[in-house]
Design a protein around this ligand. Structure first.
Ligand code: PHE
Length: 438
């Protein structure tokens, strides 16, 4: 039996998790969702939801992964042999395949824009031109395909190198550069005349906009942004040393992700407002609205390069973590070597990615069901499993690394309560209301 890979250091493990969390969810969705749902009022709701539901689910995933030390599917089998729980792991792998299929297409767009911002120009002087440029890219199957293959090829290359030499090392560099660049972009944005309007949009509290739906948005955003419910944290945790402080790693991951999202908001929205453009979300924000902003900004060409690098780095560090869920599963279930497992997984992803690139409806479907249905269902089941199937003794033993870390009693009791009751009930509420189309 081959020895199981491990992260080299606690910091490396943390940065890999942060790399997974920080992605398109932070850069192109969070700022817009915050601005449109009550600004600071939404941020307060988001923080509460993250603390009461998302963090406990992350802890739960971590407990399963690190204790079982195996891929998503086999992990459940180790705790509850011959039960149906392993299908929760399988659901995680399936979710990862679906997310990665459209994530690679978007990743391809970031490669294309990074390339164009360096070699050509993505910042048009006349409004309307950027929309035409973006539809030229998305409308061309061959271009979509080429850039997607480049992005997937790079992702596979990193995953092929393994946990320490590939994932850990690449995330260390990517996340460090990403953090520096986003701060540079934010400083530039905040010095633009008229930028305060953007900050007002982002942070001005409007409690009248907080409704039940706000809580649902906050939860959906939290799940996607923190990579929960698809066994991503579980898979990374299976490579974490037992002595690592689990609560410290998970809470630092959550804090970094929230902080990065806020900084991204302060980097993007002030610039958009400074040029009198209205904010959008998703692909429209990153590939149509922002090029227009860069076109009008002093040093816009340089800022565009920095921004598309940030977008690319955020996307690839997330894509790496999604691919690893699939690769760990293929390696351990079929006893394949890593290289072979990556090759097989990538063939599947190329096939599905092509469908997403060609048919917009497949893209939209995968995008919608992954966050709203699959990740939340996974999160619900993970919380129920850890809350009700893992004994309190095992749970506490894992959290404290067999007594190595002192965790106050009240914290252990509260965490278990959140995982047993609050998280499953909260997640069930999201699932039911999103299925009911609320
Ligand atoms: N968290 C990533 C983002 O914000 C997306 C992701 C989802 C990554 C699921 C891993 C697993 O973009």
């Amino acid at each position: 039996m081959r020895e199981r890979a491990k992260f080299k250091s606690s910091l490396g493990m943390l940065l890999a998790l942060v790399g997974s969390a920080i992605g398109l969810g932070n850069l192109w969705r969070f700022p817009y969702v915050v601005g449109n749902n009550g600004g600071a009022a939404f941020i307060i709701v988001y923080l509460i939801v993250v603390a009461l539901i998302c963090l406990p689910v992350m802890v739960a995933e971590f407990v399963i992964g690190r204790r079982a030390r195996s891929n998503a599917y086999s992990a459940y089998d180790k705790f509850a042999p011959k039960s149906k729980w392993k299908y929760v792991g399988l659901l995680g792998v399936l979710t990862a395949i679906i997310i990665d299929s459209f994530y690679c297409v978007v990743g391809g767009w970031t490669v294309s824009y990074l390339f164009h911002s360096i070699c050509l120009d993505v910042a048009p002087e006349t409004p309307g031109q950027s929309a035409a440029m973006f539809s030229a890219l998305t409308g061309s199957t061959s271009q979509n395909l080429i850039y997607m293959l480049i992005f997937l090829g790079l992702t596979c290359g990193v995953v092929m190198l393994g946990v320490q030499k590939g994932i850990e090392r690449s995330c260390k560099y990517l996340i460090t550069i990403l953090a520096v660049l986003i701060v540079v972009i934010m400083i530039n944005s905040l010095t633009l005349p008229g930028s305060s309007e953007g900050l007002r949009f982002l942070f001005k509290p409007d409690f009248s906009k907080v409704t039940f739906k706000t809580i649902l948005y906050a939860m959906g955003q939290g799940f996607f942004s923190l990579s929960l419910g698809c066994c991503c944290v579980l898979t990374y945790a299976s490579y974490a040393p037992h002595k690592d402080n689990l609560l410290k790693t998970t809470s630092l991951t959550v804090t970094s992700d929230v902080l990065f999202a806020l900084i991204a908001g302060a980097a993007i929205l002030p610039a958009v407002f400074a040029f009198g453009i209205s904010p959008t979300e998703g692909a429209g924000l990153a590939f149509i609205t922002l090029p227009e902003v860069f076109g009008q900004m002093a040093m816009g060409k340089v800022i565009a390069i920095l921004f598309y690098f940030v977008l690319f780095a955020a996307a690839i560090s997330s894509a790496i973590s999604i691919l690893e869920i699939i690769v760990a599963f293929v390696m351990e279930i079929f006893s394949f070597k890593r290289v072979k497992a990556v090759a097989i997984s990538s063939i599947l992803l190329v096939a599905l990615g092509v469908c997403c690139a060609i048919w917009g409806t497949v893209f939209d479907l995968f995008d919608k069901i992954s966050a709203n249905i699959l990740m939340t269902t996974g999160g619900f089941l993970i919380a129920v499993f850890v809350g009700w199937k893992i004994t309190r003794k095992d749970f506490e033993d894992e959290i404290t690394s067999s007594g190595m870390h002192k965790v106050p009693r009240w914290l252990l009791v509260t965490l278990r309560f959140l995982i047993r009751y609050v998280a499953p009930i909260g997640v069930a509420a999201v699932m039911i209301s999103s299925l009911a189309g609320l």
